[in-house]
Design a protein around this ligand. Structure first.
Ligand SMILES: [Zn+2]
Length: 271
């Protein structure tokens, strides 16, 4: 599943091609995504110029003068910038034509979305209740400390709560807790201010590092055969059940929390 670093890498990959580009056509081959693609999308976009490619949480935002196109990659979506005569594959559901090129949306599982919104985008129902960006100025240790005060639930669930902070995701929540030396099962309200500061800092570092690693995949956004956007990294705990901790050698433990997998080192992340 594309996580925030993959979505940000996608944004950086397509933005130079899209900014100030004019839409010359829209081809919708499959409108049934998580929500239906608006039937009047072609009429909305034809002849309009993309002003900016932004991101909020895991939503890519193509900003026009008269509205915003929201794109969510869902579980398996990707975007590529290709020559206009590139034949579509089975799962290539939508193209934005840009003269001699196109932006192609592929989504085998169709859990993603392409939606049109007029007016301030921060008021869109999918965005209006979201917490701060983890890499933005609105997020700090104090964010976690304040949110944790009222919660006896596990800190891992706090990190995964989009009302507290967006886009940390399961992989990066596990990795950040390892680097911060905090067990995922710790009650959120048991964390000290100093621990919250350390955790907020590791979240930033882990995400920054993943985005930097994704930079090397940018060429894939213009490669019709490439596997765009998703990148495998070497993790400290994620998906390493029973493998030795890279720091102390103890077997990594696996538990379920909120229907998601948690991985941690019992020695490096004491309860
Ligand atoms: Zn360890």
């Amino acid at each position: 599943m594309p996580e925030l670093p993959e979505v940000e890498t996608t944004r950086r990959g397509i933005a130079p091609h899209l900014a100030q580009a004019t839409i010359t056509g829209v081809a919708v081959r499959q409108p049934s995504l998580r929500w239906p693609v608006p039937p009047d999308l072609a009429a909305q976009l034809q002849g309009q110029t993309v002003r900016r490619v932004a991101r909020r949480a895991k939503y890519l935002l193509l900003e026009f003068d008269h509205g915003t196109l929201l794109i969510h990659l869902g579980m398996s979506g990707s975007l590529r910038y290709l020559a206009a005569d590139t034949p579509p594959g089975k799962h290539d559901h939508l193209d934005l034509l840009l003269g001699g090129h196109l932006l192609r949306y592929r989504d085998p599982r169709r859990f993603g979305a392409v939606l049109w919104h007029v007016g301030p985008i921060e008021r869109h129902p999918l965005l209006c209740k979201l917490g701060p960006e983890p890499l933005g100025e609105g997020f700090s240790g104090e964010t976690l400390y304040a949110a944790g005060r009222s919660r006896g639930s596990a800190v891992k669930l706090l990190l995964m709560d989009n009302h507290v902070v967006v886009g940390v995701g399961n992989i990066y929540a596990n990795e950040s807790l390892f680097y911060a030396g905090i067990a995922p099962t710790r009650a959120a309200n048991s964390l000290s201010r100093a621990e919250c500061e350390r955790l907020a800092e590791t979240i930033r570092q882990v995400l920054d590092h993943a985005i930097a690693a994704g930079g090397s995949t940018l060429r894939d956004f213009t490669d019709s055969e490439g596997k765009p956007g998703y990148f495998q990294q070497s993790y400290m705990v994620y998906d390493r059940q029973e493998e030795p901790c890279r720091q102390c050698g103890s077997p990594i433990r696996h538990i379920r929390q909120g229907q998601r997998s948690s991985y941690y080192c019992p020695l490096c992340q004491p309860c």
